[in-house]
Design a protein around this ligand. Structure first.
Ligand SMILES: Nc1ncnc2c1ncn2[C@@H]1O[C@H](COP(=O)(O)OP(=O)(O)O)[C@@H](O)[C@H]1O
Ligand SMILES: [Mg+2]
Length: 243
């Protein structure tokens, strides 16, 4: 980033604190997403990554903090109202509606944004990204492989026409080759202009594709910077990359 260019963030979180009873899961964090970029939030199990995403989606109520989207505080909005603004979290791959077909799952994604119906053009775009979903369009989601279910989950979220796509560990439980494929697709979706917040325990893969990244440890951000630069950081290597 050159010093004389000012980036107004699309989304900014200030002083976010979330607690479950006496457990302080997120202890006052600040971060921002620049429009059109992939931002990664990485860290070990229990660091507070999912809690942070749930706070953005409106699924947990923060104890403190502000959530600004295009400069507007959306902290009081209900989950469906945030979706309507374009803040869309990808469901967990395994949480696809297994007794519905691939097509029905995708159509549900479109309906998750009020007043919308699936347009044929959107389905075509998703088939370009995930040709296998097209082949299996009338099959039950429950018969898909883990990787295909993750693709369907992403496709369903895209049907809601997000402005920001939030993903919680899309690599979880998938074979390395499938993870590569999912991450390649995220890069391709991002190149088409979509802003992405990627939460990952797979630190290496996430930092490879992120322009900005934050490292979360027990509810606090301990490092931040360019994804590639963090990959080369000795502290990150020692703690997360087995270096
Ligand atoms: N529903 C819950 N009730 C109580 N504690 C929780 C709950 N969900 C998460 N936690 C705790 O909050 C902390 C952060 O969890 P989480 O956000 O799931 O981390 P991550 O996604 O990075 O693994 C952990 O200590 C976890 O045990
Ligand atoms: Mg988690």
């Amino acid at each position: 980033m050159s010093a004389n260019v000012s980036h107004t963030p699309l989304l900014r979180v200030e002083g976010l604190q979330v607690a479950y009873g006496h457990i302080e899961a997120v202890k006052g964090i600040d971060f921002e997403l620049r429009e059109g970029e992939i931002t990664a939030l990485v860290g070990a199990n229990g660091a507070g990554k999912s809690t942070t995403l749930m706070a953005l989606s409106g699924l947990v109520k923060p104890r403190a903090g502000r959530f600004l989207f295009e400069g507007q505080d959306l902290g009081q909005l209900k989950p469906h109202e945030r979706v309507a603004r374009g803040i869309v979290q990808v469901a967990e791959g395994r949480a696809m509606l297994t007794t519905l077909t691939v097509r029905e799952n995708l159509e549900l994604g479109a309906y998750s944004r009020p007043g919308r119906k699936a347009a044929a053009g959107e389905l075509e775009r998703i088939f370009e990204l995930f040709p296998r979903l097209k082949e299996r369009l009338d099959g039950y989601a429950g018969n898909l492989s883990g990787g295909e279910q993750q693709m369907l989950a992403i496709g369903r979220a895209l049907m809601a026409k997000p402005r920001v796509l939030l993903l919680d560990e899309p690599s979880m439980g998938l074979a390395p080759i499938v993870v590569q494929e999912i991450f390649r697709t995220l890069v391709s979706i991002n190149r088409s202009g979509l802003t992405i917040l990627l939460v990952e325990q797979n630190v290496r893969q996430a930092l490879r594709i992120a322009s900005q990244a934050y490292v979360l440890e027990t509810g606090r951000i301990v490092l931040q910077g360019n994804g590639r630069a963090l990959l080369d950081d000795p502290k990150v290597q020692a703690a997360y990359l087995g270096g």
